[in-house]
Design a protein around this ligand. Structure first.
Ligand code: URA
Length: 256
């Protein structure tokens, strides 16, 4: 296969993975087992949702007791920043704890640090981060007003998708961060962030346009900015999501 074709194929597969994650394989498996004939479209299209639904999401969030002594983000960071509980701790350059306003009412959650973040120790500073900054500006948020963190604190080699074991080890750090920041709203960027935080096995298409209530915190889901760089057609959907997110924030904080 020529290199150009290979690149196109890879990008298209990455796009499908961004929307469907492991469900992509479930769909393919369903297709190979002819139990009940069904039409499966990988370009899943949902009818427009008339109104945002609020879905209470029961997620057993258990914050490890070892963090009970941490009453600030700095204390938490110094407790966990040398973590080597998984292999990523051995290959990382910098531990990417999170950045922004510790008293923010808004948290954004991404997937994991990439090469630039691993160099600088700050989330979303590469190309995807620049796009994220622009998206936030378009809905009148400055990056410094918000708090941004990732599901994983360390970079997976070659930016591969985090594996469940890594997520299970790392997510309690994020839960403690969320508890300390206590935001009013959370926006998950991409499928890994959404499934990791909400513990839902749904496609991104199904999760977008809903409001999940996670331990009382209203949580929404949109595309990951890196996916938008690969597939600009999704920018429109993202624009709709972030406008809804801004509206939700305004309603909750009575800033409309
Ligand atoms: N992608 C992420 O999910 N997080 C970052 O910090 C950077 C890129």
């Amino acid at each position: 296969m020529n290199e150009h074709l290979k690149k196109l194929l890879l990008e298209s597969l990455k796009d499908q993975k961004e929307i469907f994650g492991d469900l992509l394989f479930d769909k393919l498996e369903v297709e190979t087992v002819p139990v009940k004939p069904q039409k499966i479209s990988l370009n899943e299209k949902e009818p427009a949702k008339p109104k945002l639904e609020i879905i209470e999401q029961k997620n057993d969030i258990v914050i490890p007791p070892e963090f009970s002594s941490c009453s600030t983000l700095e204390e938490l960071n110094s407790k966990i920043c040398n973590c080597v509980k998984c292999e990523l701790g051995k290959t990382r350059n910098k531990f990417v704890f999170g950045a922004g306003n510790p008293n923010s009412e808004v948290m954004l959650i991404g997937e994991a640090p990439g090469a630039d973040e691993d160099k600088q120790g700050i989330p979303f500073v590469g190309k995807a981060g620049q796009l994220l900054t622009d998206i936030l500006k378009a809905i009148n948020f400055e990056r410094d007003d918000l708090y941004i963190a990732n599901i994983l604190k360390c970079r997976p080699p070659n930016n591969r998708t985090p594996v469940p074991a890594e997520m299970d080890i790392c997510i309690p750090y994020l839960w403690k961060q969320i508890e300390l920041i206590n935001p009013k709203v959370i926006l998950c960027l991409g499928l890994t962030a959404a499934t990791g935080l909400l513990k839902l096995k749904l496609s991104l298409t199904k999760m977008r346009g809903n409001i999940y209530e996670l331990n009382g915190i209203k949580t929404m889901v949109t595309y990951h900015p890196a996916a938008l760089l690969r597939n600009p057609n999704w920018k429109r959907g993202c624009w709709e999501d972030v406008q809804q997110f801004r509206k939700l924030y305004d309603e909750l904080t009575e800033k409309n």
